[in-house]
Design a protein around this ligand. Structure first.
Ligand code: DX5
Ligand code: ZN
Length: 220
């Protein structure tokens, strides 16, 4: 099965976004990971539609948009308009998650659901068959550069079992504190997609860092 590297634009230099986008375009990365924060669901505010539109103008790869906002339902059509291919909402932010997931798919995007570190996998039992992706947070959402929570390996394994048991086609994505030190163990646990922000953008040679990560998860 394909494995995906998704550099998180949150860690890029926002004054040189075009350069960061070209770097990702010309690297072995698979997706652009785009973090939207509203200052309500998470303590931080990142960026919104105008910035995503600007990224989309240059990006040649899948736009993987991670919404850390309350009531994401209100903005589904807008995120489609600015170029999202995968739209991921938080379980903790959706009262009517089933409705939200169906609306994302009806708008022509892949639907993802994200779980905070404290949210158990079991809450997905009755929605997993409808999902294209599950995003396991391996840090508390809101900021880049935090350390990886070790309990994530167990959650990825549990999710993998749930996906197999329910014959779901959902991909497993892991987000937060991903580095060359934990990516192989995440792969082994069953992860398919790996978000990396600081580890890529704060490295000396981001293109090489992406390529190294990709090599670690590609079949030998
Ligand atoms: C955190 C975001 C992440 C973040 C990851 O709330 O969802 O995507 O950019 O950054 P690193 O890789 O630095 O932990
Ligand atoms: Zn994210």
């Amino acid at each position: 099965m394909n494995k995906f590297i998704a550099p998180s634009i949150l860690a890029a230099d926002f004054a040189n976004l075009q350069q960061a986008i070209e770097m990702v375009n010309n690297s072995k990365a698979d997706w652009f990971h785009i973090d939207v924060m509203d200052g309500v669901f998470v303590p931080n505010i990142s960026f919104g539609m105008p910035v995503i539109s600007a990224i989309k103008k240059h990006a040649t790869k899948t736009m993987d948009v991670h919404l850390m906002i309350v009531n994401p339902n209100r903005y589904i059509a807008d995120f489609k308009k600015v170029g999202a291919d995968i739209l991921t909402v938080h379980y903790e932010a959706c009262t009517h998650l089933h409705r939200t997931v169906q609306a994302i798919k009806a708008a022509g995007m892949k639907a993802g659901v994200s779980l905070n570190p404290h949210t158990p996998i079991a809450v997905l039992e009755d929605i997993i068959a409808d999902l294209d992706l599950v995003l396991i947070m391996s840090v508390n959402p809101g900021f880049g550069g935090q350390s990886f929570i070790e309990n994530t390996y167990k959650k990825v394994k549990q999710l993998k079992h749930l996906i197999e048991y329910s014959e779901s086609k959902a991909l497993i994505e892991v987000d937060g504190g991903v580095t060359d030190q934990n990516i192989e163990q995440l792969l082994e646990a069953g992860a398919d997609a790996f978000v990396a922000g600081s580890f890529v953008f704060k490295s000396e040679n981001p293109t090489k860092t992406i390529s190294d990560l990709k090599n670690l998860v590609s079949p030998k």
